[in-house]
Design a protein around this ligand. Structure first.
Ligand code: AMP
Ligand code: MN
Ligand code: MN
Ligand code: MN
Length: 273
């Protein structure tokens, strides 16, 4: 089983790196990439745990970028974590994430929740706050009944506690991943509610910057959608990636490595590692 997209507690995942590794063993994963949002903080620990074991770890990250009005996610696979360019980009993204989180916290305080910053840092276990941490807070405070509602009523684009983030661009993220020796991959291409025309435009921009892959299978992608993205990957000569986007807990309907298989027509990205 191969899983090239999942999360740990170092971003918005529920599991510690130790528990994630145990799950990789239990689920017989042979190749695993931990792709926390805008951080590689957990990768070193995962590689140390997996040393001499049956799970091969690919150092990776999921970078947030802004493209037109959309937040797009670009996975970088097989990166050199010591790369200066990557370290610099991660530091910038971390700063933007922090600024956004503090602004969201202020907005939620105005909506009547007390000590938001302390509470959300406690939920996350760190200051690398992602919106799911605020979603959990909104549920805990009784403002919404589930995490999904926290996004539709407060945290999603245009809602009361939405704060746009100044993420890097597609071309900056893609070229930085390349400089770090990695393979840039468009994550979950159907999650952005793009028209077909816009998706092809995104792919062209991504390819011009040096992008090489696309997630043909991500989480719950349906067989029909898998086939459609597979065709797009062939049309644009993109390598095919696959991942569960496992976060643990209520977020993940697909367990680690349990996403559907890549169609045979695809060129798997791990042939390029
Ligand atoms: P952030 O990087 O802080 O913008 O948080 C993005 C993360 O929030 C994504 O990776 C998902 O895990 C989660 N997310 C985004 N939109 C939704 C949604 N509508 N419902 C549930 N989770 C979401
Ligand atoms: Mn996430
Ligand atoms: Mn994502
Ligand atoms: Mn993800």
């Amino acid at each position: 089983m191969i899983d090239l997209h999942c999360h740990s507690q170092y971003s918005d995942g529920i599991l510690s790196v130790e528990d994630l590794y145990q799950k990789a063993l239990d689920n017989h994963i042979s190749l695993l990439a931990l792709t926390d949002h805008d951080t590689v903080a957990g990768v070193g620990k995962l590689m140390a745990l997996a040393q001499n074991g049956p799970v091969k770890i690919i150092p990776a990250i999921e970078l947030s970028v802004r493209w037109k009005t959309k937040d797009i996610h670009i996975v970088g696979l097989n990166i050199d974590m010591g790369s200066d360019a990557l370290t610099h980009l991660i530091a910038e993204q971390k700063q933007q994430r922090l600024i956004r989180a503090q602004t969201i916290a202020e907005k939620l305080e105005r909506l009547g929740i007390e000590r938001v910053w302390d509470k959300v840092c406690k939920i996350a276990g760190h200051e690398h706050i992602a919106r799911p941490h605020f979603a959990k807070l909104l549920v805990d405070e009784g403002k919404v009944k589930d995490l999904q509602k926290a996004f539709t009523q407060f945290l999603g684009r245009g809602r009361q506690a939405f704060v746009p983030t100044i993420w890097s661009s597609v071309s900056e993220a893609v070229s930085t991943i390349r400089v770090a020796g990695g393979l840039p991959v468009i994550a979950h291409p159907l999650k952005y509610t793009l028209t077909n025309t816009k998706l092809h435009e995104l792919i062209r921009t991504f390819k011009e910057a040096g992008g090489v892959g696309i997630e043909v299978v991500s989480g719950e992608t349906s067989p029909q959608d898998i086939l459609n993205i597979a065709k797009i990957s062939l049309q644009h000569q993109l390598l095919a990636s696959t991942g569960s986007d496992f976060h643990g807990g209520q977020y993940s309907r697909v367990d680690l490595g349990k996403q559907r298989s890549l169609p045979d027509i695809c060129e798997p990205i791990w042939t390029a590692f």
